[in-house]
Design a protein around this ligand. Structure first.
Ligand code: C2E
Ligand code: CA
Ligand code: CA
Length: 570
């Protein structure tokens, strides 16, 4: 201790106003008295036990050293400013949060409240309370971390992604290479959640995150994050588009390796959309939107594992949004219509059934056919309420017609998504009951896609529907995956021969052969057949010759209103 400090100490202890010595030593909170003599750097005069404990040392060790000796090197400049301001009398009190270096070299976060004591119009010493706020800081840091990281996978979240992507794109302008943004969405992830439970779904997401990290984690300039749900985004600095596609290929390969989830094996195949930022003008959000549109295109249009964004995709995305809007409006404002196309018995030309075909009455564009909107309805879950409306309307119409013609039946198209959501059974049962028809008078037309994606629940659903007596017809037969295994495994009762084959009847040897083969197959399996798209008398003749029992097409009648079909029925 120098002479000055000893003077300070004595002055303090002899001060009749100061009776804090005892309280000081035993205070539960850290306390320190430091010199503020001119030119001082805050030499410690008194240190209590609590502060010494916090700093993992003894008061004796601390007394005499500068308060700045307690600053971690990084914090020294700022801590020095505060000491100077007290010494120079620029302020007399302050509170701040700072770090202090302990005797063992570790740092502790404290909240320090300092008051200078003025004697002879100059500050002579400062008294400080030092409070340990490590716990509170830890909570705050955890909250800050959570605001930037996804709790489930530990990956950066959207907020951090957008920040980092913004910085990375800026460096593109500074001459670094282009940035490729890869947007990943797992196919059928919802099914995993639905059939194996949310815990299994979470596990899949964790494993996906880990694999993303393994593919891009170590590389300089790469970044993997989880956006939401089953959507992940990776970005990387690349030389060109080919390099971006190579990353997509690596990601795709890594994710499609089967995962062990409990005692099940799950394959999580991703669809990947790629957008490339070439200039600093590309905003992070816009890049993400473009990569998302490319992902959507890959998933729903090309079914390729990945797609690279180009301008036409923007137009497609805009269409999707506009059509979804139209569909919602139509649902809310009774904008859907059904047209009916006759299905005839080829033996005598009688109408035995009608196929209900959906139309959208658009406020400005007139009556729209399904190819203008059904893909969007199916990709969003809008097909569910729309399909429910179709079933209700078609069964109501059938009930009206059956009052005069009890033999008449109705064919209703069912989308893969309705089946996958297992809503078909209830839908058929409820609509039939509500409108007073026998479900046995319904043909449900499904596509091969339904069977291709089927799991045990779908199979059970289809069997239950078949048990109600519904016919199950495979629509567009011959165009898809057409595996004979489906026909025996599923309760299919009829095939609809696709109109592309019917169109070639008589003119294309191959088409004629396909139609013949389908008819032979159907007969062998005891299935009914309907030839679609019959447009000419010649086609009708050939079908009769080949022994096709039923047909449908412009030749017999176009899709028409219920009133028109009623007139045709006579
Ligand atoms: P689809 O089930 O194969 O329906 C037959 C389509 O062929 C109808 O087109 C019909 O108008 C058309 N068509 C009928 N006869 C002929 C013909 O002689 N020549 C030609 N060139 N075409 C003919 P539409 O009404 O445009 O329906 C298209 C598709 O939309 C349907 O194909 C079906 O897959 C789907 N769809 C229609 N209504 C519904 C519905 O209520 N729900 C669902 N999920 N899909 C529907
Ligand atoms: Ca159909
Ligand atoms: Ca068809």
């Amino acid at each position: 201790m120098t002479g000055d400090e000893a003077d300070d100490r004595r002055a303090l202890m002899e001060d009749p106003e100061t009776r804090f010595r005892m309280a000081f030593d035993d205070a539960p909170i850290g306390m320190v008295v430091a010199s503020l003599r001119p030119g001082s750097t805050g030499e410690l005069v008194l240190v209590n036990q609590a502060l010494a404990r916090l700093l993992r040392t003894t008061p004796e060790e601390l007394v005499g050293s500068s308060i700045l000796a307690l600053s971690p090197p990084d914090d020294l400049p700022i801590d020095l400013v505060f000491v100077r301001e007290l010494v120079d009398h620029l302020r007399s009190t302050y509170q701040r949060e700072r770090r202090m270096r302990r005797a063992d070299g570790s740092d502790v976060w404290v909240r320090i409240s300092v008051t200078s004591v003025i004697a002879d119009r100059a500050p002579s010493y400062a008294i400080a309370h030092v409070e340990d706020i490590t716990d509170r800081r830890a909570v705050e840091e955890e909250l800050a971390r959570r605001a930037l990281y996804d709790a489930l996978t530990g990956l950066p979240n959207r907020v951090l992604l957008v920040d980092e992507l913004t910085l990375a794109v800026r460096r593109t302008a500074a001459g670094d290479g282009p940035i490729a943004v890869l947007y990943l969405d797992l196919d059928h992830f919802k099914d995993v959640n639905d059939t194996l439970g949310h815990a299994a779904g979470d596990e899949v997401l964790r494993q996906v995150a880990q694999r993303l990290g393994e593919v891009v984690g170590g590389d300089q300039g790469t970044f993997a994050s989880r956006l939401a749900g089953d959507e992940f985004v990776v970005f990387a600095r690349v030389a060109d588009e080919t390099a971006a596609q190579a990353i997509a290929a690596r990601l795709h390969a890594a994710l499609t390796v089967p995962m062990r989830i409990g005692d099940r094996t799950v394959v999580s195949r991703p669809s990947i959309g790629i957008a490339i930022a070439r200039s600093a003008a590309d905003a992070a959000e816009a890049l993400l939107r473009r990569a998302d549109a490319a992902m959507y295109h890959a998933k729903h249009r090309t079914r390729a594992p990945w797609a690279v964004h180009d301008e036409t995709l923007d137009a497609l995305a805009a269409r999707r949004i506009a059509v979804e809007e139209d569909l919602r409006t139509a649902l809310a404002a009774d904008g859907f219509r059904l047209l009916y196309q006759p299905i005839v018995d080829l033996a005598d030309g009688r109408i035995v059934a009608a196929e209900a075909l959906l139309r959208l009455e658009h406020p400005t564009r007139g009556l729209l056919a399904p190819d203008a909107f059904i893909d969007v309805a199916e990709d969003s879950d809008l097909i569910l309420p729309i399909g429910a409306w179709v079933m209700d309307e078609a069964t109501r119409q059938l009930a009206r017609w059956q009052a005069q013609r009890p033999q008449l039946r109705m064919a209703v198209n069912v989308s893969a998504r309705q089946v996958r959501h297992l809503v078909l059974l209830d839908l058929v049962r409820e609509a039939s009951e509500r409108n007073g028809i026998d479900p046995g008078d319904l043909h449900l037309e499904i596509t091969e896609r339904v069977l291709l994606d089927a799991n045990v629940d779908v199979l059970a659903e289809l069997r239950a529907v078949a048990e109600l007596g519904c016919d199950l017809a495979l629509d567009d037969f011959g165009t898809g995956y057409s595996s004979l295994a489906y026909l025996t495994r599923f309760p299919v009762t009829a095939l609809k021969i696709d109109r592309t084959f019917v169109a070639g009847l008589g003119t294309s040897g191959e088409s004629t052969a396909v139609v013949e083969a389908i008819l032979g197959l159907a007969e062998a399996l005891g299935l009914g057949t309907v030839a679609e798209g019959v447009e000419t008398a010649a086609q009708r003749e050939l079908l009769v010759e080949l022994g096709c029992p039923f047909a449908q097409g412009y030749y017999f009648g176009r899709p028409m209103t219920a009133a028109d079909l009623e007139r045709l029925l006579g």
